[in-house]
Design a protein around this ligand. Structure first.
Ligand SMILES: [Zn+2]
Ligand SMILES: [Zn+2]
Length: 720
């Protein structure tokens, strides 16, 4: 007799894969066994074809990437599940929503987990956020602190039960318990549900409650002027839009438009925050024309909505640029709904947007991380290498490349912030452990003073491995190319800034593979970095090129004092602290200032997003291209001479002009085109590109959250 031994890789642990295989093989009368290993899952059976058919039906959370088959001479009398074995690199599954079966139990009075806040099963619940070590198992998670009761143990050991080897299994008798602090004092209640009811009451009264979730704490409050004003002063977010949680899509539709494509994302197992077009003003939540909405993803969230019948703000509990908090001690509000399950790995909510039915992941975090992404570049020659790419500075995320797979970290914030950087370094160390990686190559950004670049130098010395630097926009461009496996392509990369190869600031670039073949007109960025915060400085510098002082200063009204204008003029004359920039973001910002939408960046991308939010139908404006440079001064000549026209149409014209002009230069090569960088989140620009058949990032962020993935892709495509 012979058997067939399958070595299966992909997301196959912690997602109900083993019980699925067990039950399916039993049913099909196969003999053999299934076993978790450090590298994935082994299944040995006596009928190869039957198992291949079974694999095609794998549970929806599992993902079979590949399998090898070996012939063996073993024979078996039955089908069994064997003990897990071995060290290695099996993927830790991402944190998941509350599945339909668990939701059903939550609302079934005869079920023993009726209204249990931590209901989960093999198909749902936290995973990565509770993992301490690999392989993912009860003992290696923070659930190890809870000793299973007899009933849970029975379910856990019964292969026919939905909770067979569900590492997060718990119930009222043995699982995590809630605690509530109201106005700084612990509240004692008889029933678990009363804590949730009480927290809901506080929210309804207009108070702010910190609620422990999957990857960290949220701050929850009503959408009311007072509550939101209070919240903004507490977490020091002056203007930045807040995310809102709605019980279901129906509730979301009360405040926003939801298309079919958007509904699918909203209700997906990852449950990201989805940016939707507002129906109502909701001025206090978002100053833009959009609002970020997510649906509940834990039993606790659903239970809150048993008592609240309106959308509520659910924003991460942290101060400004600090990392999301995960412990009780870090909470800075007086009302806290917490529990005794430890969050081992903090992870923020993911953030997505749909443009022309295409998904853009602005923040790839909870629900997605740490699932790997396959890169086909350099598959044969370089798949042996283990690479650690460190990313950039904003929206930091690093990327590990191993065995042809890229594992991107969660969103780690702005690493110029010291505590964010500390968290970043700790997370790098963890991921190297989780993936059993010993990097033999490091990659960082070309920018010499990013903390992540300095960290790269430090690691390079410590580990004695080479450090490669990849230009920022090339990384953007390659991130999109790698997703679509394009090797002969033209890349358009647009964002706020990145260090250029000629020591100027880049940000509106066109490449043919790794060669720069076009860009936006270089402009003087008056005041250096401060022009990114005060876009009128950028505007001042551009308008000075073609307007008289008097004409120019009319447009500066209310933005600067006479004294300030004088200083700026002097700066410009002497070219003092006026670096050259080809940044697309700065052009959008300057236009936003000129049209009166935004004069200060109080959160990332604000001026450009305000421009986008205030756009309607563009006027016709032919892009001016000189050589392979898209001129941007003509935009401002047009705007200033038409300043009395419809501001919203003028706003749209700016974005349309840039998209058309960049595309025109890029299309000259006659190659497939990709569009990446933070400006790819711009609805007008990306809509234009998508209509022209341009490729965009769909799996990794187009913004700096995808840089490390792009660094790896660049390396794989360009090294020999
Ligand atoms: Zn479930
Ligand atoms: Zn139990």
């Amino acid at each position: 007799m012979v058997s067939y031994k399958f070595f299966i890789r992909g997301v196959v642990q912690g997602v109900g894969f083993r019980p699925f295989i067990y039950n399916a093989c039993k049913k099909a009368g196969l003999k053999g066994y299934v076993q978790n290993t450090g590298e994935g899952v082994i299944v040995e059976v006596d009928d190869k074809e039957k198992l291949i058919r079974i694999l095609k039906d794998a549970p929806k959370l599992a993902r079979v990437d590949s399998f090898n088959v070996e012939l063996t001479s073993n024979t078996y009398n039955d089908f069994s599940i064997r003990e897990s074995k071995g060290e290695g690199f099996a993927e830790i599954p991402p944190d998941l929503y509350l599945c339909e079966d668990c939701y059903e139990e939550l609302n079934n009075p005869s079920n023993r987990r009726y209204k249990y806040f931590f209901n989960t099963c093999t198909n749902c619940g936290p995973r990565f956020s509770i993992t301490r070590k690999i392989p993912y198992d009860r003992e290696t998670t923070t659930m190890n602190e809870f000793k299973m009761c007899r009933k849970c143990r029975e379910e856990y050991t019964n292969p026919e039960n939905r909770r067979y080897h569900a590492q997060t299994i718990a119930c009222f008798d043995c699982g995590p318990r809630l605690r509530l602090f109201a106005h700084g004092k612990e509240v004692k209640k008889k029933a678990e549900l009363d804590y949730i009811r009480e927290a809901a009451e506080l929210i309804k009264k207009g108070e702010i409650v910190a609620i422990k979730g999957i990857g960290g704490f949220h701050l929850a409050c009503r959408i009311s002027d007072d509550a939101v004003r209070n919240l903004r002063s507490i977490n020091r977010r002056k203007h930045k839009p807040f995310a809102v949680m709605c019980r279901d899509t129906e509730m979301a539709e009360r405040i926003a438009y939801v298309s079919e494509a958007e509904k699918r994302i909203l209700e997906s197992v990852q449950r990201p925050i989805l940016i939707l077009k507002k129906k109502k003003l909701l001025r206090e939540v978002s100053e833009l024309d959009t609002v970020g909405i997510m649906l509940p993803y834990t039993a606790l969230h659903y239970l809150l909505f048993d008592f609240i019948n309106e959308p509520i703000i659910m924003t991460s509990s942290n101060i400004s640029d600090e990392p999301i908090t995960r412990s009780d001690e870090e909470q800075f509000v007086k009302n806290v709904l917490t529990n005794d399950r430890v969050i081992e790995n903090s992870i923020d909510d993911s953030l997505a947007k749909v443009i022309q039915n295409r998904v853009f992941l602005i923040r790839r975090s909870r629900g997605f991380v740490p699932a790997s992404i396959t890169i086909k570049f350099g598959e044969k020659t370089r798949s042996k290498k283990q690479v650690l790419a460190l990313g950039a500075e904003m929206n930091s995320a690093f990327c590990i490349y191993k065995n042809g797979r890229a594992i991107l970290s969660q969103y780690l914030g702005t690493t110029s912030n010291q505590s964010a950087f500390e968290n970043y370094k700790r997370t790098v160390e963890k991921f190297l452990r989780f993936t059993n990686t010993k990097p033999d190559l490091l990659i960082c950004d070309l920018h010499p003073t990013y903390n992540t670049s300095l960290f790269g130098e430090f690691l390079s010395e410590k580990l004695k491995v080479p450090l490669v630097r990849v230009q920022h926009h090339k990384a953007h461009s390659y991130s999109a190319a790698a997703e679509h496996n394009l090797t002969d392509f033209v890349g358009i990369a647009c964002d706020g800034l990145g260090f250029g190869e000629d020591n100027t600031i880049w940000g509106g670039e066109i490449f043919y593979k790794n060669k720069r073949i076009g860009h936006l007109e270089p402009q003087l960025q008056l005041g250096g970095d401060s022009a990114a915060v005060y876009p009128a400085k950028m505007l001042f510098s551009i308008l000075s090129k073609f307007l008289t002082k008097e004409e120019r200063d009319k447009h500066m009204k209310g933005k600067f004092s006479a004294k300030e204008l004088e200083i700026m003029q002097k700066q410009l004359d002497e070219k003092f602290n006026c670096p050259l920039t080809t940044s697309c973001g700065r052009i959008l910002d300057a236009a936003s200032s000129l049209l009166g939408f935004c004069d200060k960046r109080t959160y990332e991308g604000r001026p450009a997003m305000m421009l986008e939010a205030n756009s309607t139908k563009p006027y016709d404006l032919e892009p001016v291209i000189k050589g392979n440079v898209l001129m941007t001064t003509p935009i401002f000549e047009f705007l200033t001479s038409n300043i009395d026209k419809d501001k919203k149409r003028l706003a749209a014209t700016v974005q349309q002009y840039l998209a058309e002009g960049l595309y025109e230069i890029a299309s000259k090569k006659g190659k497939p085109i990709v569009f990446s960088g933070g400006c790819a989140y711009n609805r007008i620009m990306s809509s234009f590109m998508i209509r022209k058949g341009v490729y965009t990032n769909e799996k990794v962020p187009a913004g700096d959250g995808g840089i490390s993935f792009g660094q790896v892709s660049y390396y794989l495509a360009n090294s020999t």
